[in-house]
Design a protein around this ligand. Structure first.
Ligand code: NAD
Length: 440
């Protein structure tokens, strides 16, 4: 099939590469000329495991190409994926300006009957709104489809290639779109029942409900962690005990320095706004969002408890800038809250991340010191704050870190070390929802 993917970001690029890999002819189109120039030369602008290999193979075998000519990409394709960004507006609702603008371009270039798919995460009613925008510009039949994406950065290729479910919202009686998408997705389906066909509104709701449910679980466990600290319980043990109940399960129960990323924060805010539009107070997602905003400050609070709130003359090392391991994406990451707060308290801040230095450099204040080696970042540091659980941070040489630091204080926002080990190694060790450890 001939496919255009409009918007070549974390989602569009993976979707385009995976669909090309399964034999389709794909154009990934974007208005960002620099990005397209890099991609055309075989340079991948994002870090996503497994993606480089797919891009290289499909480029060289000419199933995949990149373009800034959105109109031509639309005209020469049968299926159009909209994968542009849907950031938060200032009031928390979803800013649909990119979706609207791309819908207008589709309307201006629809030269025959095509299937238009909203792949971006969009509030209820958006797929039908896209159809309206197109209809206002051209009298040409088109099929609209809401097909939210569930891939996770860090395992995006694997997630797209082996999805646990594919949700496809179509209009009543649109058997054509149903048949085409069944064929398109057939290479990725192991069990015959993993495609869920529904109406466009329910498809849109499934995406927001999934992300909100996961965010609520995280914020709930972070609140439980705060209570554990007060009552003297250990949230890690509580989590294991609770997760052993099969009705609850173990996933998304990890307490930590708060959730970030390009999805959960904005999608939770968006569903709260959607509720408001319909006169419903979405108090549960609202509380999850509010708790998370505060949770991002917890690591700084613990540091201040140890060092006081004047950090001038102090050096603080930060490990982990991306919102989670396996990605260079720093959107709404806890590091973006923690680092400016440390700077405002007067600290000199030295940061390390295995992949996100480049993306972070563009956003963090210029006084932040970016260090290529995680041990170098600890040299003469008064504290080390860990914000992302990258694999290489899980088993570091703690003796070396202890020797390098001016004082052996670690604030672990991801609970990656055991309390007994940290005590044995002579650290002052704060984590989330567990007792503070001090050297014997
Ligand atoms: P992104 O910001 O990485 O990429 C969006 C791209 O769209 C950018 O390259 C931008 O230049 C391009 N763009 C903007 N306007 C355009 C236009 N008119 N024509 C062509 N391109 C245009 O965003 P992302 O992380 O890929 O997310 C895209 C959508 O997918 C969002 O709705 C997001 O919520 C959703 N989503 C993201 C993830 C994720 O893990 N990142 C997962 C599932 C769903």
């Amino acid at each position: 099939m001939r496919i255009a993917v409009l918007g070549t970001g974390y989602v569009g690029l993976v979707v385009g590469a995976c669909l090309a890999e399964s034999g389709n002819t794909v154009i990934c189109a974007d208005i960002d000329e620099k990005k397209i120039r890099h991609l055309t030369k075989g340079k991948n602008p994002i870090y996503e495991p497994g993606l480089d290999r797919l891009l290289a193979r499909n480029l060289s075998e000419e199933r995949l190409r990149f373009s800034t000519d959105i109109g031509d990409s639309i005209q020469s394709s049968e299926i159009i994926f909209i994968a542009v960004g849907t950031p938060s507006d200032t009031d928390g609702s979803t800013d649909l300006k990119y979706v609207t603008s791309v819908a207008e371009v589709i309307g201006d270039n629809l030269n025959n009957e095509k299937i238009i798919i909203t792949k971006s995460t969009v509030p209820v009613g958006t797929a039908l709104k896209v159809k309206e925008i197109i209809a206002e510009r051209i009298h040409q039949k088109c099929h609209i489809c809401a097909n939210p994406e569930f891939l996770k950065e860090g395992t995006a290729v694997e997630d797209f290639m082996r999805p646990d479910r594919i949700v496809i919202g179509i209009e009543t009686g649109d058997d054509h779109t149903r048949a085409v998408l069944e064929e398109l997705y057939s290479p990725f389906i192991r069990a015959g029942d993993s495609i869920i066909f529904t109406d466009t509104t329910s498809a849109e709701m499934i995406k927001y409900t999934s992300n909100t449910m996961l965010a609520v679980r995280i914020s709930f466990m972070n609140q439980i962690a705060a209570l554990c600290e007060q009552v003297g319980a250990d949230v890690e043990v509580v989590r294991k005990g609770v997760g052993a109940d099969p009705r609850i399960g173990h996933s998304f129960l990890l307490a930590g320095a708060g959730y970030g990323g390009s999805c959960f924060p904005k999608d939770v805010r968006s569903i709260v706004k959607t509720g408001e539009q319909y006169g419903l107070d979405m108090s549960i997602p609202r509380a999850a969002n509010e708790w998370n905003e505060e949770q991002k400050r917890v690591a700084v609070g613990k540091l201040v408890d140890e060092l006081g709130n004047d950090l001038s003359g102090r050096i603080v090392a930060v490990w982990g800038l991306s919102f989670k391991p396996g990605t260079d994406d720093i959107r709404e990451a806890p590091s973006l809250v923690v680092i400016p707060e440390l700077l405002s308290l007067g600290a000199a801040v030295r940061v390390h991340d295995p992949q996100a230095i480049q993306t972070a450099r563009e956003i963090l204040p210029p006084e932040v010191d970016f260090i290529n080696d995680e041990y170098d970042a600890c040299t003469k540091a008064d504290a080390l704050v860990i914000l992302t659980e990258w694999q290489q941070y899980r088993r570091p040489d703690l003796r070396r870190i202890h020797d390098l630091m001016a004082s052996p204080l670690i604030i672990d926002g991801r609970n990656i070390f055991s309390l007994s080990m940290m005590q044995e190694r002579g650290f002052i060790y704060h984590s989330i929802g567990r007792a503070v450890v001090r050297p014997k």
